[in-house]
Design a protein around this ligand. Structure first.
Ligand code: SF4
Ligand code: SF4
Length: 295
């Protein structure tokens, strides 16, 4: 962890702690995980879903595209872990082929799946040989301990880490209304843990995103996700452009529709799918923020 001042380009007024991507022995080392969404859709409809999955049409990643993208990235970028997620990743019928592609790329020794757990009963047994960890995001009323017990036992037998993280609340996050207060947009971005602490990078369909939310929010608002992403290229200067993009002090386009990690904590609930967009995006950003959260 390092102070932002003097290292991030934020200037003297920004004193928050950040974790940035660094060059080590010729390779970019990001703060944490590389996220690989393998399907957009989900069987649940959580309010404030960060990937907007309840409002998205079905989409599934192709194993060959995953292999091509990771093979391109692996020589220049080395995440600690690769996180397979969605939407709900267990909806992907080619999950085994996807995992084989990730392993073949050699980009990280630790591959794990994050799932809502509701489909674990139909997990392909071959998956146990291909992952180091399965993480369940558990939401109120969706899973009981008895639903998880069999998978927990199998994980123990197969030497795979099995973790369950309970989420009773989500933070309000997105607005369809553009936040025109550029100072507020900058301060939300500057305080955003997604980019500057957690380092949740994402690779999707040939594009690299330093914020996964941007990849989903812009298309939902009728804009091109590419406005906030970087196209993977096998060019000599790609690594330096990637590092500059990752550590840039300039907010993304999506930040003007987002409360970052400063949104109000609201109880998790599953809403009607058809109304998800209206219910989740209607408030202006200023009304999404937790009072007193900004520095
Ligand atoms: S389980 Fe909920 S939060 Fe996770 S992708 Fe599905 S709708 Fe979104
Ligand atoms: S869109 Fe901007 S403010 Fe929102 S989570 Fe991403 S980087 Fe943070």
């Amino acid at each position: 962890m390092q102070a932002a001042e003097g290292s991030s380009g934020f200037g003297e007024s920004c004193l928050m702690l950040t974790k940035l991507s660094e060059m080590k022995e010729g390779i970019i080392v990001p703060p944490a995980d590389l996220e690989l969404p393998i399907c957009d859709h989900c069987n649940l409809t959580c309010s404030h879903c960060n990937h907007c999955s309840p409002a998205l049409s079905p989409w599934m990643a192709r194993p060959q595209q995953i292999l091509d993208d990771l093979t391109c990235l692996a020589p220049i970028y080395r995440p600690k872990r690769v996180k397979i997620l969605g939407g709900e990743p267990l909806l992907h019928k080619g999950l085994v082929e996807i995992l084989q592609a990730v392993r073949e790329s050699g980009i990280s020794p630790w591959v794990f799946i994050t799932t809502n757990g509701s489909l674990l009963h139909r997990l392909d047994p071959r998956v146990w040989d291909l992952v180091q960890e399965i993480e369940v995001s558990r939401y109120p009323g969706v899973l009981s301990e008895s639903n998880l017990e069999k998978t927990r036992q199998t994980a123990q037998e197969r030497g795979v880490r099995f973790t369950v993280v309970d989420y009773s609340h989500f933070r309000a996050n997105f607005s369809r209304h553009q936040n025109l207060d550029s100072d507020l947009v900058f301060r939300i971005y500057r305080n955003c843990k997604v980019v500057f602490l957690w380092g949740c990078h994402m690779l999707k369909d040939g594009w690299f995103f330093k914020c996964p939310r941007a990849a989903y929010l812009l298309p939902l608002l009728g804009k091109e996700a590419s406005l906030d992403g970087l196209r993977l290229e096998k060019t000599e200067d790609f690594q330096s452009r990637l590092l500059e993009y990752l550590n840039s002090a300039t907010p993304l386009q999506a930040c003007s529709h987002c409360a970052g990690t400063l949104g109000r904590l609201e109880p998790h609930h599953l809403g009607p799918r058809a109304a998800w967009k209206d219910l989740s995006l209607d408030r202006p950003v200023s009304e999404l923020l937790e009072p007193g959260g900004l520095t």
